[in-house]
Design a protein around this ligand. Structure first.
Ligand SMILES: [Zn+2]
Length: 376
């Protein structure tokens, strides 16, 4: 499973066995429990096998633990033996564990019984409590580590430096905008000692390339509608396929098939309108949101898309489908309020009232990022 064996060493080994010089790919060795104090990032989009990677570490640990005390000398630092593996998921959400026996982990290849060495942790403080509860554990698998608070990253550095503990973090690092997921993901990349990038096949039916990007799309009337760039960053929802104007789906795509309409609009038009509102001139933004809400072809959004995706060099009619989804004006406003911080709460409320925007949708998306506006 490990990459450390150098290509030259492997090549000379193969030559000694009488093999000619062939193209040698990186071997998948078993997990090395003797190397202490590592923070391993396993990155890749959904379907790339991140969970499968960790179940292999678990299975290797079962073999490693059957070895003699002589081995323990090289796998333990103090009380922590790196052959003792524990799996932690962010939050108390056990949705993914449905139809799966307690204490076990489902992945695409099946279900792995972790003998109860699995737990949820709401935040880095809960995680720290788990470390104290299980001083014998020397390898911690922190699933979707980017969903934890930033403090996690420094906590892992401290634990691995002081107690030789290994951390394995299977996580997304890019969001659907192909940007670093969040501040925790940035710090994880900065503080990692090893990185294993995994890819999955691009999900597009006409493509067999490697996919590295998470693609967000909606299915409206069974038509693929790519999410707009200013779609809310975090939408908490179901993992099964949704046919909905409101609830997105995710899959993995290569660069060519990862469509991201509206980035240009966001920076060329939407943010400048937010800047004007921030300076007190809210009318231009109100007009644009009203036009979007009415589905009018006079909105800057529509005219820019028309120029670019119907007439321009980058003609791509699927991009136009992104305008078939619901709550686009709400999304634009939420972007300016929660991400760009250009709209005050009073301005948000007055626009919601004047344009009779979908309060329920706005409330839900604010809740997704742990925010609320009382008067909504
Ligand atoms: Zn593709």
């Amino acid at each position: 499973m490990e990459n450390y064996q150098s290509t030259e060493k492997l090549e000379s080994f193969m030559n000694n066995l009488g093999f000619p010089s062939l193209r040698i790919h990186t071997s998948l060795n078993h997990f090395d429990f003797t190397r202490r104090a590592r923070r391993i990032l396993v990155i890749g989009p959904m379907g790339a096998g991140k969970t499968e990677y960790t179940t292999r570490v678990w299975r290797d640990s079962k073999v490693a633990r059957t070895k003699s005390a002589l081995v323990a000398a090289s796998t333990a630092t103090g009380a922590a033996d790196r052959r003792n593996v524990f799996f932690v998921r962010p939050g108390l959400d056990t949705r993914q564990f449905h139809n799966c026996p307690p204490g076990s982990l489902p992945y695409r290849g099946g279900i792995e019984d972790l003998g109860g060495k699995i737990s949820g942790a709401a935040d880095s403080f809960a995680l720290e409590a788990l470390f104290k509860e299980h001083p014998e554990v020397g390898t911690w698998i922190i699933d979707e580590a980017a969903f934890f608070d930033e403090r996690l990253v420094y906590l892992m550095a401290k634990e691995s430096d002081e107690r030789g503990v290994i951390f394995i973090c299977p996580t997304l690092v890019l969001n659907f905008r192909r940007e670093t997921f969040n501040a925790t993901a940035k710090l994880l990349l900065e503080q990692a000692t090893d990185i294993f990038p995994l890819s999955a096949y691009c999900d597009h039916p006409d493509c067999l390339s490697d996919g590295y990007f998470s693609y967000r799309y909606y299915l409206v009337d069974n038509i693929e509608c790519p999410a707009l760039y200013f779609d809310p960053l975090l939408i908490i929802g179901q993992t099964d396929l949704r046919h909905s104007e409101y609830e997105p789906n995710y899959c993995t795509r290569c660069e060519k098939h990862h469509l991201l309409p509206g980035k240009r609009y966001t920076y060329m038009a939407l943010k400048p309108l937010g800047n004007l509102a921030s300076a007190g001139d809210i009318a231009p933004l109100r007009n644009e949101l009203a036009a979007i809400q009415a589905g009018s072809h006079t909105s800057k959004l529509f005219t820019m898309f028309e120029d670019y995706y119907l007439r321009g060099e980058k003609r791509n009619e699927t991009m136009m489908n992104s305008l078939k989804v619901a709550a686009i004006a709400e999304k634009a406003l939420l972007y300016l309020y929660t991400e760009a911080n250009l709209i005050s709460t009073d301005q948000l409320l007055s626009l919601v009232n004047e344009l009779q925007l979908d309060r329920q949708y706005i409330r839900l998306r604010l809740a997704d990022c742990h925010r609320s506006v009382a008067a909504l």
